[in-house]
Ligand binder design. Structure first.
Ligand SMILES: CC(C)(COP(=O)(O)OP(=O)(O)OC[C@H]1O[C@@H](n2cnc3c(N)ncnc32)[C@H](O)[C@@H]1OP(=O)(O)O)[C@@H](O)C(=O)NCCC(=O)NCCS
Length: 162
């Protein structure tokens, strides 16, 4: 059984390991975890974290789902969709009227398009080289480009009905 819940300190190493594999080495750091709301998916029998989703409200007052990742052994079970749903619920709960997410497009495909659309998000614009400056400054490695990420970002948006 998979349980969707808030982060506990014991989850940190497992989250960082999933992030390194699925999002690129060092893309997510402990600092990121401390600055974001972190929802995790736990395999209850294995007592192991198998996915996570980060969300936050920026200094601009805008609400973001920053990223979601699920361990490859657990893909296709609805975990990514459920993690985004729980993060949306959190952001709505603290008053967000609009939620954005910058999703990664490679070879014309946004991996997470389906899970965001299932949560009501729609693509609104594309931004080339979105992560380039950040990847150079922080030294993380994109799983596709390596050092210096040239991936395209597709900005998705969810408008919350009042
Ligand atoms: C994208 C990701 C979070 C999906 O997690 P998941 O638990 O498998 O998602 P769900 O089971 O809720 O939904 C799966 C759907 O996503 C889509 N999907 C998953 N991986 C995909 C891929 N590589 N390319 C295209 N679509 C993909 C499929 O359409 C699938 O639908 P289906 O099961 O009906 O066929 C997971 O594959 C992952 O961690 N990927 C790498 C990191 C990433 O790209 N994160 C998003 C960046 S913000």
């Amino acid at each position: 059984m998979i349980r969707i819940r808030d982060i506990r300190s014991a989850d940190i190493d497992e989250i960082l390991a999933i992030a390194d594999v699925q999002l690129g080495e060092n893309y997510i750091t402990i600092d990121d975890l401390s600055r974001c709301n972190v929802i995790v998916a736990e395999d209850v029998e294995l007592q192991k974290c198998v996915g996570f989703c980060l969300s936050y409200v920026g200094l601009d007052g805008e609400a973001y789902v920053r990223t979601v990742a699920v361990s490859p052994n657990f893909s296709g079970q609805g975990i990514g969709t459920a993690l985004v749903a729980k993060s949306v619920e959190y952001l709505e709960g603290i008053g967000a009227k609009k939620i954005m997410s910058s999703l990664w497009k490679h070879d014309g495909i946004v991996n997470s398009d389906v899970i965001f659309r299932r949560n009501g998000f729609l693509p609104v614009r594309e931004i080339p080289d979105y992560w380039y400056a950040d990847s150079m400054a922080k030294g993380y490695s994109c799983p596709v480009c390596g050092k210096g990420c040239h991936c395209i970002c597709v900005m998705y948006e969810l408008k919350i009905e009042s």
